[in-house]
Design a protein around this ligand. Structure first.
Ligand code: GLN
Length: 570
């Protein structure tokens, strides 16, 4: 069966920094006929361009091609790091420390390909580069304009990964919807690229076919209009993917093709699926990968090997036992805010032949009075990452209850910091212990900025971002979970465990079992006597994929399943 292979996972994790590093440093360009696939969207937003791009990438990879995916976002923020999760969902972090759009998470989860800063470009970054060049005088007194200067910079970025010679296919997702003012320079840039690249460039346009209940009809007019809009900026789509809630009859697909100048077999539907991971199969059944290979003239390859993918789907569909995981956080009304954690829990549970039932518990509303009622039915509890004071007391309440009742508990980033603070307050008796993020004057700053960070903070760049090495204590639960003592995981935080308190924690039973080999910073805490009580300063959820679930999530969900079985056998 598609069981998680621990060594494979360890290799995958250790590869964390290197692939991205290679992309950024390898500027010796080789001649490879890289094919560029552009994915645009029309009619409405949120159609799942990221899922279609990821599915195509999965299929091409499974046929043996070398593939990468990148996302061009038309907003003016330099990166999504500062965007409120309410606005934009989770901020994903790449191995090289880029705060990225959450679609990059989909790319990695579907493909196991490491993305990097080069895989996510925004309008803000394009303009910043052009303006910096202008200030340096690089344009030699010329008037700097959207065309050609902005469009040239977009084109340069589109081709950056392709030029490394590392890829047969570079899939570029253009964020936003055709017709948006913001997308215009991107569409103009890729229109020009089509002229330069000819058959090596291909356009896939994703649209929506609504079903009108009253008329009992599917409507293709919005698709026709959307394609017209694309044609009006000079782009002729080669493939149309129609998102639909109901099966589209073949005659209707043919009609769309005729109206839109698209080959009849290149109009395919993307029917709503019970899980996004089913989408590659639907695309393959309609030959999306074959069409792309044929139209771009890529070297032929055998049919994709989807054995392990199918095994995962089989397990997902057939798991009948449920494991209940409570997720304590402040963005519970917004599932996208914890996207990677949700996916990591689901992947781990699936590999362990269980369905995961994630119960979102609002940390702001959790009190001493209702904690037992809210957490009592949980087989495991995750304390979510986050920033700022809001909801923090609820996290302490949850943690105390979990620790005292010995429920498998996983603290991630802020969740780990809360684990440390709760332990300091209630076990070490340091009642005012806190993180200086929440209380700058706390007498017991068990979580604090490091000295060297304090000086950088004036310049603004204090966040520890991206993949860092971590050495695990031999014999610890966490080392057992990873099957190795040397790992690499990704970070996104400012504050750290305060080394001055380390000995007191260890003497009282909270062990510092993972540390950065270079700096000695504490990365993992664990209470060994408990069923499973581990906090990580890093975010293991950024490195968990369908084929390689993160080992620590596997270990946590396994402990939750064991706990559930134990309760049931009583
Ligand atoms: N706010 C905490 C810090 O900056 C934790 C961040 C997080 O959970 N990602 O250190």
């Amino acid at each position: 069966m598609a069981c998680p292979d621990q060594k494979g996972a360890a290799r995958f994790l250790q590869g964390g920094g290197t692939a991205a590093h290679a992309v950024l440093t390898q500027l010796t360009f080789q001649k490879v006929d890289t094919k560029y696939i552009f994915v645009t969207g029309g009619v409405v937003s949120s159609l799942g361009k990221g899922i279609i791009s990821s599915s195509l990438a999965r299929l091409l990879l499974s046929r043996g091609y070398r593939v990468t995916i990148q996302k061009f976002d038309p907003y003016i923020n330099i990166d999504p790091g500062t965007l409120n999760p309410y606005e934009h969902g989770e901020c994903y972090v790449t191995a090289d420390g880029h705060e990225a759009d959450l679609d990059l998470g989909h790319y990695e989860r579907f493909t196991d390909i490491r993305t990097s800063r080069a895989n996510n470009v925004t309008t803000g970054r394009i303009y910043q580069t052009v303006i910096d060049k202008e200030r340096r005088g690089d344009y030699l007194g010329k008037t700097v304009q959207i065309i050609p200067h902005i469009t040239d910079e977009i084109k340069r970025n589109v081709k950056l990964l392709g030029k490394t010679g590392n890829y047969d296919f570079v899939i570029t997702e253009i964020g936003g919807t055709v017709g948006d003012i913001e997308s215009t320079p991107f569409l103009e840039a890729v229109r020009q690229l089509k002229w330069e690249l000819g058959r090596d460039a291909l356009f896939i346009h994703l649209t929506y076919v609504p079903y009108l209940k009253a008329a009992k009809e599917l409507k293709t007019k919005p698709t026709q209009h959307s394609v017209k809009q694309l044609q009006s900026v000079g782009i002729q789509p080669d493939v149309l993917v129609l998102r639909t809630e109901k099966e589209i009859p073949p005659s209707m697909l043919r009609k769309v093709g005729q109206f839109c100048n698209v080959a009849p077999d290149a109009v395919i539907q993307s029917l709503d699926q019970p899980t996004i991971y089913q989408v590659p199969l639907g695309m393959h059944a309609q030959h999306l990968d074959d069409i792309v290979i044929r139209l771009t003239g890529a070297d032929a390859t055998p049919e994709p090997d989807l054995t392990r993918w199918n095994m995962f789907l089989h397990k997902l569909a057939n798991a009948d036992k449920v494991v209940n995981i409570g997720l304590v956080g402040k963005y519970v009304e917004l599932q996208d805010a914890y996207k990677s954690i949700n996916e990591s829990l689901m992947q781990a549970a699936t590999h362990l032949d269980h369905k995961v039932n994630i119960v979102y518990i609002h940390s702001e509303k959790l009190t001493e009075a209702d904690v037992a009622e809210k957490l009592g039915g949980m087989d495991g509890v995750v304390i979510a990452p986050g920033f700022g004071q809001r909801g923090i007391e609820g996290k302490f309440t949850a943690l105390r209850w979990c620790r005292e009742n010995d429920v498998p508990t996983f603290g991630i980033c802020l969740g780990m910091q809360c684990m440390v603070i709760e332990f300091a307050r209630n076990v070490l008796g340091l009642h005012d212990a806190n993180s200086t993020e929440m209380d700058t004057k706390t007498p017991h700053n068990v979580i604090d900025l490091m000295e060297e960070q304090k000086s950088i903070s004036n310049m603004g760049g204090t966040m520890r971002l991206g993949a860092y090495e971590c050495s695990l204590r031999p014999g610890s639960r966490v080392a057992e979970a990873y099957g190795t003592t040397d790992i690499m995981e990704r970070h996104r935080h400012r504050f750290e465990f305060n080394e001055d308190y380390r000995e007191r924690f260890e003497q009282a039973g909270m062990q510092c079992v993972g540390e950065n080999p270079g700096t000695g910073l504490v990365e993992v805490v664990e209470i060994p006597g408990k069923r499973w009580f581990i906090g990580t300063q890093y975010h293991p959820e950024y490195q968990s994929t369908v084929l390689h679930p993160n080992p620590l999530f596997l270990s946590f969900v396994k402990a939750a399943i064991d706990f559930s079985d134990e309760k049931q056998s009583k």
